[in-house]
Design a protein around this ligand. Structure first.
Ligand code: FES
Ligand code: FE
Length: 441
């Protein structure tokens, strides 16, 4: 008989809960862990749904997922945004198969039940003639997501009616992330691309939130190509690599991970020639001035090259890319990548941002391919029965570098290269996975 574990867990998560820097890789493959994660992590965290710019007029909608639950996000007549399960209450057919569109109503293609823009059941086809009994509209409306909040144009939803606001749930990370999610005239999505990667979603989340260490190895060939092919690009690896010192890595109780540098150094700016010089001119000029006016010099200058908003939103301000790690079973995810820009940026700057972002971190981007290669190989190695019994090492900076500096809020490691954020991510994940969700939720 296997030993009893809290919350019906199939494996011991105490290494993660106590931040001992050891990871049992079965958390990337075990179907039981995956099911618990769907219920206990995705069932009560704030999850990215859509951006305001995708829902300009009443009736505009996009479809997405909260965990594996399909969701319709729809602009209402009063300007608010509603989110509800993309599932007919009659026999469970998907209400719309479109990625995005404009709709007065959603009519199920199985038997024709129809729902309004807010998900309310509005008509039942041939109700009098065929049903011969009234169908209770309230009882059989689509299931609404109880919490929907817009933060600087980014719309998040949660199944947890009692969750703190999205901004409060960022904790210390809000100070760093707010200026990066803000934009002159607001922000705008310039395009969305989606692709499948055969690995567990946490591999992406952990890396974006914490792993600066891989950059100079995983991406070495892409960096070399950039150095030789692109005018104005850094000419040596030392010049291109993010500085190991002078930066910080946040240890956040809510599990958000980020690296921060006190200013955008030329070494980091050097990766931006995948864009055009006009992009740097925009970022250093009008955008920077706007941020200084709104947030002050310090917050406007602290730069976050990469981060992960717990659980599954990766954000790379260095190439204007936000992405959602959509779980599709324990060993597969889809990356949904959104190119973000200031709404008031000139059209030629937006175009250059869109191309640069796609060329670097789009589905076939020169850096993106490096990362997805590593993640899928890790996952393939874990098909081995023996391989999945060996713990992974997450010990960098253990107990040595965490401290507090007035300039940087929160507890941080005093360098960019660290694993404190990864340990915080897994601690938050493990504490949610080990705690049952109250029944009423
Ligand atoms: Fe939708 Fe029957 S399943 S109308
Ligand atoms: Fe990478």
């Amino acid at each position: 008989v296997p030993p009893a574990r809290p919350g019906g867990l199939p494996l011991d998560l105490s290494d993660l809960l106590e931040e001992r820097g050891r990871v049992d890789p079965r958390i990337y493959v075990d179907p039981e862990v995956y099911e618990l994660e769907q219920e206990r992590v995705f069932g009560r965290s704030w999850l990215f749904l859509a951006h305001e710019s995708q829902l300009k007029r009443p009736g505009d909608f996009v479809t997405t997922y909260m965990g594996e639950d399909p969701i319709i996000v729809s602009r209402q007549d009063d300007g608010s945004v509603a989110a509800f399960l993309n599932q007919c209450r009659h026999r469970g057919m998907r209400l719309t198969q479109a990625d995005a569109g404009h709709a007065k109503v959603f009519t199920c293609t199985f038997h024709g039940w129809t729902y309004d823009r807010g998900g309310r059941l509005s008509s039942v086809r041939d109700e009098r003639e065929i049903y011969r009994c009234p169908v209770d509209r309230d009882r059989w409306s689509a299931v609404r997501v109880p919490r929907v909040e817009s933060f600087l144009g980014f719309i998040f939803g949660s199944w947890d009616e009692h969750a703190p606001s999205f901004r409060d749930s960022l904790g210390d990370a809000a100070w760093y992330l707010e200026p990066h999610l803000d934009g002159l005239g607001g922000t705008e999505v310039l395009g969305v691309t989606k692709w499948t990667v055969h690995c567990n979603w946490k591999l992406g989340a952990e890396q974006f939130g914490s792993d600066g260490y891989h950059f100079g190895m995983t991406h070495l060939s892409a960096l070399k190509a950039l150095m030789t092919q692109v005018p104005g690009a850094p000419r040596s690896f030392q010049e291109a690599s993010p500085p190991p010192d002078g930066g910080r890595q946040l240890k956040n109780a809510q599990g958000h991970g980020l690296m921060a540098v006190p200013f955008i150094p030329n070494t980091l700016r050097g990766t931006r020639p995948v864009f055009a010089p006009k992009v740097n001119a925009w970022l250093d000029g009008p955008r920077h001035d706007f941020l200084v006016r709104k947030y002050g010099e310090t917050r406007a200058s602290v730069f976050v090259p990469a981060c992960n908003m717990f659980p599954n939103v990766g954000f790379l301000p260095v190439v204007n890319a936000l992405r959602v790690w959509q779980p599709k079973g324990p060993e597969q995810m889809e990356i949904w990548s959104y190119v973000i820009a200031d709404a008031d940026a000139p059209e030629d700057v937006k175009q250059a941002i869109r191309l640069g972002s796609q060329r670097s971190f789009g589905a076939a981007g020169i850096f993106e391919q490096d990362d997805t290669h590593v993640w899928t190989e890790i996952q393939r190695v874990l098909r081995g029965r023996r391989a999945r019994r060996e713990l992974f090492n997450l010990e960098m900076d253990s107990g040595t570098c965490e401290d507090v500096e007035a300039r940087f809020p929160g507890t941080t490691a005093n360098r960019t290269f660290s694993e404190v954020a990864a340990r915080a991510f897994y601690r938050r994940w493990a504490s949610l996975v080990s705690t049952e969700v109250p029944h009423e939720r």
